[in-house]
Structure formats: structure tokens, C-alpha cells
Write a protein that binds this ligand. Structure first.
Ligand SMILES: [Zn+2]
Length: 64
């Protein structure tokens, strides 16, 4: 999943483990957000369930 850092605008991606963690988080509570940490500036970029569900693969993971 490609993310753009909200602080320094550097694009980065999340690994499988982080995606799995995020899916579990949204399954337990759909109203929370996930903090993706930028590898460059270490600041957190918020990802919501809605954003994750834009990708059909992750949408399926959220439903499954
Ligand atoms: Zn950054």
C-alpha cells in the first residue's frame, strides 16, 4: 500500500505485517485510525478504514 507522508510528503509503502496489523485494528474497531510512520521523518500519517477499503484487495481482507 502506497502512502504519502502528511508531514514531509515522502511516498512510502507498508509491508505485509503492517497491513495485517491495520486490518485487525479496523476489524476490532472501524472508527479508529492507523498511524503509519514515515521512514524519513518518523511522523505519523493517519490511515482510516475508508482509505484502506479503497483498495479491493484490502477491502476483501476487511470483510473476510
Ligand atoms: Zn515524513
Amino acid at each position: 500500500m502506497q502512502i504519502k507522508c502528511s508531514a514531509c510528503l515522502m511516498p512510502f509503502s507498508l509491508n505485509k505485517e503492517e497491513i495485517a496489523e491495520m486490518v485487525e485494528l479496523f476489524k476490532s474497531d472501524p472508527n479508529v485510525h492507523y498511524d503509519a510512520h514515515c521512514p524519513k521523518c518518523r511522523k505519523a500519517t493517519r490511515i482510516t478504514k475508508k482509505q484502506l477499503a479503497l483498495n479491493p484487495i484490502y477491502k476483501k481482507m476487511l470483510e473476510g
